[in-house]
Design a protein around this ligand. Structure first.
Ligand code: NAD
Ligand code: UDP
Ligand code: UDP
Length: 322
């Protein structure tokens, strides 16, 4: 049994990770400030003696004793991270410093949730880890992209200077049950709109692409990366290489939800919105023996089911941007 800290543990990915760790018998401390999540995501774990929930903001220091840390705390949806951009970059940078200071003191392993956004609007396609990216450092996405890039820098500097055992994963668009219905991300928007029979809102003409990974596949990748023997620190891409245009995604959602919604061009493509994104996962295949198993249509069916099963009126929109 290991003692494991999950920052951002009440969020979409964090709550699935807590479930996996608890199910295999670990002791989990979940730390979250509930900016973009709510307790409902971990409510089912609250009575479990191996689970502890702490309301805490990781821009402040944290003193606990654990064997491993998964650092996930950070708003992830564009509307949420752009709502208070200064707080977003503080969360990435000061959060990483605190987590790394903690890991150094207690000699814990750290897995850090980085992102495909470190590649910006990529001019290399698909994106291998060696690609250094095309990020606008002063645009509306910079608080997130540059914050995540700086956090990666901190991970590697603490590793080189203080020998902290770090593992950096770069996550590509991931979806599934417990995505916040009002996070403004494309999968949650389209499913919510399809179920309600509202127009499906394409930004731009929908020809931009993304590659969507089902949450269970991603969590498996996290665990393989953390459990791997010392020596491979990443960064490693985790995502599903099957690439779709946003219009194709809209068509799938409408069909799978048996919806009457119309697909409309609702607004222009947002500034700095990447036009294409697809992970090169050769490194993950080689080092983690990992690749996604769930096809987009199968994952969407499960996600639509979840959206239908919850009462949307019980969700508070974290920001007006959805
Ligand atoms: P999420 O918003 O559901 O989860 C993030 C969690 O962090 C939330 O519970 C939020 O309340 C918490 N949080 C935010 N700021 C905090 C702070 N200062 N202190 C403590 N807690 C804080 O998003 P998610 O999709 O679960 O993302 C989890 C991590 O994975 C993030 O770091 C995100 O950048 C990264 N990621 C996710 C995706 C994706 O497609 N889901 C893609 C790339 C990277
Ligand atoms: N820190 C923490 N928990 C710990 C140890 C450190 O939150 O158990 C924080 C501490 O507040 C500090 C940061 O981690 O701001 C970085 O710590 P480090 O020891 O690397 O640097 P220093 O304290 O020398 O600035
Ligand atoms: N998008 C869209 N309609 C929506 C929400 C998003 O067309 O209602 C587009 C968005 O402009 C982007 C893509 O879908 O091109 C993915 O957006 P998301 O916010 O999910 O994540 P990103 O990959 O941009 O961080």
């Amino acid at each position: 049994m290991k003692r494991i800290l999950v920052t951002g543990g009440a969020g979409f990915l964090g709550s699935h990770l807590c479930d996996r760790l608890i199910a295999r018998g670990d002791e989990v401390i979940c730390v979250d400030n509930f900016f973009t999540s709510q307790k409902a995501n971990v409510h089912h774990l609250l009575g479990n003696p191996n689970f502890e929930l702490i309301r805490h903001d990781i821009t402040h220091s944290l003193y606990v004793e654990v064997d491993e840390i998964y650092n996930l705390a950070c708003p992830a949806a564009p509307g949420h991270y752009q709502y208070n951009p200064i707080k977003t970059i503080k969360t990435s940078v000061m959060g990483a410093i605190n987590v790394l200071g903690l890991a150094k003191r207690i000699n814990a392993k750290v897995l850090h949730a980085s992102t495909s956004e470190v590649y910006g609007d990529p001019d290399v396609h698909p994106q291998p880890e060696t690609y250094r990216g095309n990020v606008n450092p002063i645009g509306p996405r910079a608080c997130y992209d540059e914050g995540k890039r700086a956090a990666e820098t901190l991970m590697f500097d603490y590793h080189r200077m203080n020998n902290v055992d770090i593992r950096v994963v770069r996550i590509f668009n991931t979806y599934g049950p417990r995505m916040h219905p009002y996070d403004g991300r494309v999968v949650s928007n389209f499913i919510r709109q399809a179920i309600a029979g509202e127009d499906i809102t394409l930004y731009g003409d929908g020809s931009q692409s993304r590659s969507f990974c089902y949450v269970d596949d991603l969590i498996e990748g996290f665990i393989r990366m953390m459990d791997r023997p010392k020596g491979f620190h990443g960064p490693v891409n985790l995502g599903n290489p099957d690439e779709f245009t946003i219009r194709e995604l809209a068509e799938h959602v409408v069909e799978l939800a048996s919806s009457r919604s119309k697909i409309v061009q609702a607004r222009p493509l947002p500034e700095d919105d990447p036009t294409q994104r697809q992970p090169d996962i050769a490194l993950a295949r080689q080092n983690l023996d990992w690749e996604p198993q769930v096809k987009l249509r199968d994952g969407l069916v499960k996600t639509v089911e979840w959206f239908r099963s919850v009462d949307l009126s019980t969700f508070r929109a974290p920001t007006p941007n959805y």
